[in-house]
Design a protein around this ligand. Structure first.
Ligand code: HPA
Ligand code: ZN
Length: 334
């Protein structure tokens, strides 16, 4: 099963590029930017990756991204990620970035955007990995800040396909951003939002009804509400699920108790994703392999997760068909 997973073509739809910052690269970039990290070495930094809830992780995640200053830093970060997923047979990726995590430190929106985008273009050309770029609003900041960030993105609609909502969920419900997402939709952006990771089912309802999401990021807690689960299934709205993230942030206490199979059985279009792989202990293949082992997923369930990833991707029908055909050919030959 491990070789099957490793060789299977995959799409990743929930990935924070700032969450791919491996300690080795973080130290390297910190050094060239003359920034002191509050850790003696790579080992000490990795030891700090012990979280009991989302906020514990976010504190370290924002601290880590502080070393990103120049366009080349963003390029190097993104290129390192693309090389890793290329080795894992990920053929399409939709990545998030958090502009406010950079502009709040005086880094220009375009510095982050151009570095990330240039690497994505190189990945498409040199590695054949298709991509989409989604910018997320930090929900712990106010709605005016998010609106100002949306304005900054308007000249770059050719590079940014969608907007999302991330950071501290509890206490920051989707309704706080209704106006921002209304404007984003009018401007033609696709819409996603983190909902139901730590927040209650009501936040998932708000994401659907007020933000009008095209996909839900995480969505685990939607399962607590049968009517909500049925609605998401009926509307065919995909969930971008992240098992190792759920484990590391204590959304689940054990991978054996992960709700992925329950989601599939409820008819939800659940997909497999890595979220912040440098912090959570694994990229796509590790997520698939560890969950498959814990839940004893069948090959059919594994292929369904991969197929859901391609079906839920924000790509042209043409690209979607190519990717689905790749998967079908792989399964037939396996
Ligand atoms: N949840 C919320 N915000 C985030 C996450 C997450 O899993 N990763 C990076 N920012
Ligand atoms: Zn996330």
């Amino acid at each position: 099963m491990q070789a099957f997973i490793e060789n299977m073509p995959k799409a990743e739809l929930h990935l924070h590029i700032e969450g791919t910052f491996e300690p080795e690269l973080m130290f390297e970039i910190a050094q060239r930017n003359n920034i002191d990290l509050p850790y003696a070495d790579v080992e000490a930094l990795r030891k700090a990756y012990d979280f009991s809830q989302l906020q514990d992780f976010l504190d370290i995640y924002y601290q880590g991204m502080n070393v990103l200053q120049k366009e080349q830093d963003y390029y190097d970060l993104t290129w390192a990620y693309l090389q890793r997923i290329y080795a894992q047979n990920v053929i399409h990726t939709e990545i998030f970035f958090d502009p406010q995590g950079h502009t709040s430190r005086g880094v220009a929106f375009e510095t982050a955007l151009n570095g990330i985008y240039r690497a994505l273009e190189a990945g498409q050309k040199e590695l054949g990995i298709s991509f989409g770029l989604i910018m997320c609003f930090l929900r712990h900041l106010d709605a005016d800040d998010a609106m100002a960030t949306l304005e900054q993105a308007l000249p770059h609609k050719d590079k940014i396909i969608g907007v999302g909502l991330d950071s501290s969920e509890l206490g920051h419900p989707p309704e706080k951003f209704t106006e921002v997402f209304k404007k984003a939709k009018e401007e033609g952006f696709l819409i996603v939002a983190h909902a139901g990771e730590e927040g209650p089912p009501d936040y998932v309802y708000q994401a659907l009804d007020l933000l009008k999401v095209d996909r839900i990021d995480h969505g685990n807690r939607a399962l607590e509400d049968k009517a909500l689960t049925k609605r998401i299934a009926d509307e065919g709205i995909a969930l971008t699920v992240c098992p190792l993230s759920n484990l590391k942030l204590c959304v689940v206490d054990d991978l054996k108790n992960h709700p992925m199979r329950e989601m599939l059985q409820a008819g939800l279009k659940a997909t497999m994703n890595s979220d912040d792989p440098a912090y959570f202990g694994g990229y796509m293949n590790e997520n698939y392999i560890q969950l498959a082992e814990a839940l004893r997923l069948t090959q059919e369930e594994i292929v369904t997760l991969a197929r859901n990833g391609f079906e839920a991707a924000f790509v042209s029908d043409e690209r979607k068909q190519v990717m689905l055909s790749n998967l079908d050919a792989f399964v037939s030959a396996a």
